[in-house]
Write a new protein. Structure first.
Length: 69
């Protein structure tokens, strides 16, 4: 994170809550260093389950970016 202008945290399904928690922790810990949460993209993917049925799975992408002065 220190060497990049932004980092994207991606998750889908049951991991979305953990991704949100990670983004908030990073944002709070690095707020004084000039980082904040940028764009948040949500969507869904259609996947085939083990039993052959089509399932929709939610997705999220959270950008943690360096603030420009």
């Amino acid at each position: 994170l220190a060497n990049l202008p932004s980092v994207h945290i991606k998750a889908r399904g049951l991991s979305i809550g953990r991704a949100v928690d990670v983004a908030q922790i990073i944002s709070r810990k690095t707020e004084n260093a000039g980082y904040s949460i940028g764009q948040i993209k949500i969507g869904s993917e259609q996947l085939e389950s083990k039993d052959g049925k089509s399932r929709n799975v939610s997705t999220i992408e959270i950008e943690v970016k360096r603030n420009t002065a």
